[in-house]
Design a protein around this ligand. Structure first.
Ligand code: ADP
Ligand code: ZN
Length: 660
C-alpha cells in the first residue's frame, strides 16, 4: 500500500490522504490505528481506504502504526463506509460508535452460574420445519439470504431463531450469531431463554452497560470466546470474527432507529452487514414494516410464514366498540366495563392500553379556547396528579395548574382527554376489589421497578395492568384473557404518514398479549372511527390486507416504501435566522434540481408540526426521492464540505420514522 485515506474519530467529516513510507508498506493494513501528522501535531487516525496513487502532491507521511492488528474488521470497515454514504454521516462519528472504548480497570461482571441446558425436547411444527429447511440450506451454502419471518404473535418465531443458530453452530462451531431485540425486551427472561437453549453464556450488549463491561463483552465477541451476541440496536456493531447469522426480532420496532446522529436504522444496517459477510439474516415480526414487506414483494427478501399459534391456540377475538357520539367523559364504555368485571370475578387478568401518560391531556379555556402549552415547546402540557403539576413531556418544564385563563382571565378552565393516571383512578373506582397497577415511564423509572411489576403480574398479584405502549411488547402471560384498547384514535390522528402503520402495529401487538394460555382471550378496541381499514385489518389479524390498503395510499402520495425520504432539520432560538438557514439550504437544492433535470420533490422549508422544542424553533425541509438519485451525491458534497465542517448547522435524517 502506498497511499491511504485516514479518518479521525469525532465529527470530522472528511478523510485525509497520507503517503506510506517504504519501511511500513509491507505492514500496513486497512482498519489499523495509525499516527499521522495533522495541522502541526500528531494525531491518531484509522485507515479506511487504500489508494494506488494520489492526485495530491506533497503528501505527509504516516508516522507509525499503533497496533498491527486492525481495530476494525474488514466487514465492519465496509459497513462503516456504507453507513457514511447512506446516512450522510461523518466517518469519524461512525467510527466512534464502532470502536470499543478504552479499557477500564475495575470490573464487576455479571455473575455467571453454570447454565443448565434445557431438557424438554421440542417437536417443531410443520411450518417451523418447512422454513428452517430453507434457512439451513442457505446457512450450508454460506450465502447472503435475507428472510422475513412473518408470524403471528406466539407462533414460535423465537424458536425458529434458536434452531437456526443451533444449526449454524453445529455445522461450523467457529461461526457467531447476532440477535437484535428491541431495547425493552432485553430482559433477563429473554437472555435466560437463549442461554438455556444453547447451554452456553451469551454476550449481552445494550446502551446502559458501563464502558468497562461493554469493553469486556466486546473482547469476548472479538476473540470468538462467546458465539451468541444478544443486544439492542448497537449490538449490530459487535466485533464478531465470523458472522454466520443475524436475527432482528420485532423488526418493525422503532427502538432500532437511533434518534441522534448518526441516525441509522439497525434493521437496514443488519441487512448490509449480513450482505458483506455472506450471512443469513432473519427479520421477524407479526407486523412487519412496509419497507420490509415491499422487499418481499420485489423478490429481494424471502418470506417464511407462521400462520398459527403453537398448540393451535386461537388468536384472540377482536371486537371494535364504536364510541359513536358518546358524550360521557368516562374512559370505559359499559361493554368494556362488563367484560373487565367478568375477568376480575373469574380470577383472570386484564391489560388496558392507553397510549398517553399523565392525567388530563390538555387544559383549555372554555371562553377563549386558549390551550395551556409549554413555554419552551409547542406542545400541550399534561397534568400529573402525584405532583399536582402541569408537565411538558418534551422538556420537563412544569407549572402549577392554572386558576384562570392567562389570555382572557376567564374562569372556565376545562380538562380534556385523559392519560394513564386518570384511567388508573377510574379503574380503581369502578373495581374497588381489584388490584390495579400502572405500567408506564413513571412507574418503572426506579431501579428494578419494571421487573418487579412484571413478576407481580406473572404471580397474579395484579388483576388489571394499565399501560402505555410498554404493555404492547413481548409480554407473555397465559392468564391474560382480556385486552382493552381505550382509545385507538390517539395514534391514528397524528399528522404523520406512518400514523396508520404505527397504529396497526400497536393494536396487533397489544392484541397479541391476550389469549396466550388455554383459556383463550378477547380484545376490545374502543374508537370513534370504527370503519377505518387499520382497525378492520387489526381486527382480522390480517397484515397482508393492511399492506395492500396502506401501500395504495403511500404509492399515490409517493411516500416510502416507494421512495426515500431525507429530512433536514434546522433549529435555533431566532425564528428569522432559522428560516434563513433553511431557505439558503433549500435554494441550493432547488438550483441543483433545475440544472440537473433530476426528478424529486422538495417540501418546505416549513415550520415543523412540533414547531418548538426546548425553546428552539424548528424548521424542516423534506425530500422525497427515487432510490439512488443523483441528488444524493450532490447532498453529500455540500453537507460534507459546507455544512458539517461548521458546527451542526443542520440535522440530517435519512428514512426518518416520523415527520413531526
Ligand atoms: P413468538 O416468538 O412467535 O412470539 P415463541 O417462539 O416465543 O413465539 O413461542 C411461543 C411459546 O411456544 C413459547 O413458550 C415457546 O417455547 C413455545 N413453542 C415454540 N415452538 C414450539 C413447538 N414447536 N412446540 C411446543 N412449544 C413451542
Ligand atoms: Zn417543553
Amino acid at each position: 500500500m502506498k497511499y491511504i485515506r485516514v479518518a479521525f474519530e469525532g465529527r470530522v467529516p472528511l478523510l485525509f490522504e497520507y503517503k506510506v513510507p517504504p519501511h511500513l508498506q509491507s505492514k500496513i493494513e486497512l482498519g489499523q490505528k495509525v499516527v499521522v501528522p495533522f495541522r502541526n501535531q500528531n494525531k491518531f487516525g484509522y485507515i479506511i481506504e487504500e489508494l494506488s496513487q494520489s492526485s495530491q502532491r506533497s503528501l505527509k507521511e504516516v508516522v507509525e502504526i499503533v497496533e498491527l492488528e486492525p481495530c476494525l474488521s474488514q466487514d465492519l470497515l465496509k459497513l462503516s463506509r456504507w453507513m457514511a454514504e447512506y446516512y450522510f454521516a461523518p466517518m469519524g462519528e461512525i467510527l466512534a460508535m464502532m470502536l470499543p472504548q478504552k479499557r477500564v480497570k475495575k470490573l464487576s461482571l455479571r455473575e455467571t452460574s453454570p447454565i443448565a441446558p434445557r431438557k424438554e425436547a421440542i417437536t417443531l411444527t410443520k411450518e417451523q420445519t418447512e422454513i428452517l429447511k430453507r434457512i439451513y440450506k442457505d446457512i450450508r451454502e454460506n450465502k447472503f439470504s435475507p428472510y422475513l419471518l412473518l408470524g403471528v404473535t406466539g407462533s414460535g418465531k423465537t424458536e425458529v431463531y434458536i434452531q437456526a443458530i443451533k444449526y449454524l453452530l453445529k455445522i461450523n462451531p467457529q461461526k457467531q450469531a447476532i440477535v437484535l431485540v428491541p431495547e425493552i425486551s432485553l430482559t433477563p427472561q429473554t437472555v435466560e431463554r437463549f442461554e438455556r437453549a444453547f447451554g452456553e453464556p451469551v454476550v449481552i450488549l445494550h446502551s446502559r452497560l458501563t464502558p468497562g463491561i461493554r469493553y469486556h463483552e466486546w473482547q469476548e465477541a472479538k476473540a470468538g470466546k462467546k458465539r451468541i451476541i444478544i443486544g439492542a440496536r448497537s449490538a449490530i456493531f459487535a466485533p464478531v470474527r465470523d458472522l454466520g447469522l443475524v436475527v432482528v426480532d420485532e423488526e418493525h420496532d422503532s427502538s432500532y432507529k437511533q434518534a441522534d446522529a448518526p441516525r441509522y436504522h439497525a434493521r437496514e444496517v443488519a441487512v448490509m452487514r449480513a450482505k458483506f459477510t455472506n450471512a443469513v439474516v432473519i427479520l421477524g415480526s407479526a407486523t412487519p414494516s412496509l419497507e420490509t414487506f415491499y422487499q418481499v414483494h420485489q423478490g429481494k427478501f424471502k418470506l417464511g410464514e407462521l400462520t398459527t399459534r403453537v398448540d393451535n391456540r386461537k388468536l384472540p377475538q377482536v371486537k371494535i366498540i364504536s364510541l359513536g357520539s358518546r358524550k360521557s367523559t368516562s374512559n370505559i364504555s359499559p361493554f368494556l366495563k362488563n367484560e373487565i368485571a367478568k375477568r376480575v370475578t373469574r380470577g383472570e387478568q386484564c391489560i388496558l392500553f392507553l397510549n398517553r401518560r399523565g392525567f388530563f391531556t390538555t387544559f383549555i379555556c372554555r371562553e377563549c379556547g386558549y390551550v395551556f402549552r409549554c413555554k419552551n415547546c409547542s406542545v400541550a402540557l399534561v397534568y400529573h396528579a402525584p405532583e399536582r403539576m402541569l408537565l411538558c413531556h418534551y422538556c420537563g418544564f412544569q407549572e402549577a395548574p392554572p386558576q384562570g385563563c392567562p389570555q382572557c382571565k376567564g374562569r372556565r378552565i376545562e380538562r380534556l382527554g385523559s392519560g394513564t393516571e386518570k384511567l388508573e383512578e377510574e379503574v380503581k373506582h369502578l373495581f374497588p376489589s381489584a388490584k390495579v397497577q400502572r405500567f408506564d415511564v413513571e412507574t418503572t423509572r426506579r431501579k428494578n421497578a419494571l421487573e418487579n411489576i412484571l413478576t407481580a403480574f406473572k404471580n397474579k398479584e395484579i388483576d388489571i395492568l394499565i399501560g402505555t405502549q410498554m404493555v404492547t411488547k413481548g409480554l407473555d402471560f397465559p392468564n391474560v384473557t382480556l385486552v382493552g384498547v381505550i382509545n385507538a384514535d390517539i395514534g391514528l390522528n397524528l399528522p404523520d404518514f406512518r400514523a396508520a402503520e404505527r397504529t396497526f402495529q400497536l393494536l396487533t401487538q397489544v392484541a397479541g398479549r391476550a389469549g396466550r394460555g388455554p383459556k383463550g382471550g378477547e380484545v376490545l378496541i374502543q374508537t370513534f372511527n370504527p370503519s377505518h381499514y387499520t382497525l378492520k385489518c387489526a381486527q382480522e389479524h390480517n397484515f397482508k390486507k393492511f399492506y395492500q390498503e396502506e401501500s395504495n395510499f403511500r404509492s399515490k402520495l409517493g411516500y416510502p416504501p416507494f421512495s426515500k425520504i431525507i429530512k433536514f432539520e434546522f433549529t435555533g432560538s431566532e425564528e428569522k435566522e432559522v428560516f434563513k438557514k433553511a431557505e439558503e439550504f433549500g435554494k441550493l437544492i432547488e438550483k441543483f434540481k433545475e440544472n440537473s433535470n433530476c426528478f424529486f420533490q422538495i417540501l418546505g422549508p416549513a415550520p415543523a408540526p412540533i414547531y418548538k422544542v426546548k425553546k428552539k424553533i424548528r424548521y424542516h425541509i423534506i425530500l422525497l426521492l427515487p432510490f439512488s438519485s443523483p441528488v444524493e451525491n450532490f447532498l453529500r458534497e455540500i453537507l460534507l464540505k459546507k455544512y458539517f465542517s461548521k458546527k451542526a448547522m443542520v440535522k440530517v435524517d435519512v428514512d426518518p420514522l416520523h415527520l413531526l
